[in-house]
Design a protein around this ligand. Sequence first.
Ligand code: C5P
Ligand code: C5P
Length: 451
Amino acid sequence: MEPGTEQIPDKLLSRISIAKQELEHCSDVRVISHYDADGISSAGVLCNALLRADKRFHATLIKSLTEEVVAEATKDCEFLILSDMGSAHLDELERSGCKTIVLDHHAPLRDSEKIIHINPHLAGIDGMTSASASAMCMLFAIHLDEENWDLLPIAFAGISGDRQAIRGLSGINKWLFEEGTKRGIVKAMPASLVPSGPLADGLCNSIEPYIRGINSNPEGARGLLEEAGIPVDATSTDIDDAQRVRLSSLLVLRMVEQGVPLSTIEELIHERYYFPKRKIEAGDLASLLNACGRSDKEGMGVALTLGDPEAMAEAQRLRKEYTSEVLAGLDRIAQKGVTQLENIQYFHNDGMGLSGILCGVTMQYLGDRDKPTIALSPSGDKVKISSRGTFELLDEGIDLAEALRESAAAVSGTGGGHRIAAGAMVPKEREEDFLNELDCKIGEQKAQKKV
Ligand code: C5P
Ligand code: C5P
């Protein structure tokens, strides 16, 4: 077996050891995590590990961490574990005095000596590309008990859901893959643009790649198969290599005609990670967990990670519904277009749970590639903002986490996230001010880079 190429920094290992020692002294644990695929898979890894360690736990999945949530969670709480969040709320967590572990991967503004702060950025590893929150939870779980290596498929759903596999694995994600390979838990599979299962259905009813006239268009999908010389009722295992190549080439051609850049196409064709014992691919599990979270059925997602067979059937049903809602949203954006400001582009969308995915797909397949994409969704007296960029925009100096945090703060809102994908919550009446602030801020970031 080849030796691994990645190492886990001592700084992380020593904090994980402290977290393990502290956990040994408690019996009840409150787990709070984010509601997307990475957040649910983080909670899934933690809950499975706590169950095995004979700890009682209460897990809650939330859309965003606020001062009120921290106050509620830390009240009468013996031990709190926050995953996929927390690094931006160290002040409140320290004030609460509750014994707390934070397993997060968002770039922190500072470190903490009062709480056990476990974040890859503190050890020089980029949490946007090289360590999902679920990967951090997995590191913790295997230090609690080697038996927890079998939770690797759940952790990989978070890596895949947070798009950390699109340019190949690195950092902690790669270390987990290498160690998982040695243990025979995970297998890398070649990349393919051809959907698995019935082809016409796969082309028509998948979110990515999003190709006008094919996705949510059964006739278009069948027409493409005919053009590739493939029977319209064929499945992925029925076709030969020549048909596979013809279909892949036609898909690439359609994307190029639509103006989709090569980098997006390359990101689509990334290696997949298959878990033979669970008979599932990481991207497949990620899309099931994501559909649970975005349909307000986060608990179903955690049940799925705990091996509940009914949860699998329900998650598959939710994924179907979620996919058709996302495709309807994308069709609307493709028809109506997005509004252009000087440095950003934006669109409105009613379903708050869909804004992240719509924003990401619009950035990659429909919008202007030279500007970050912003989605705005009503949420009571506030507006929920999602933003997505590209690696090329990051090279131009754009940092969406900083831009959203500062532009939201300027209109009495809150925001944060990663450089390439960030979010915010702002008062409804300040929406226009926020967009103008953000437009200026992005312009400033680009200008600063040029100096
Ligand atoms: O929960 P988290 O905080 O880490 O969410 C990050 C979000 O950013 C996910 O929805 C993920 O799909 C998205 N993302 C993206 N493009 C990337 C990296 C992350 O759209 N390159
Ligand atoms: O909600 P969405 O998927 O667009 O979130 C993108 C990223 O921004 C996530 O990493 C999320 O944790 C972060 N975010 C944040 N503050 C908010 C909303 C989102 O830090 N108010």
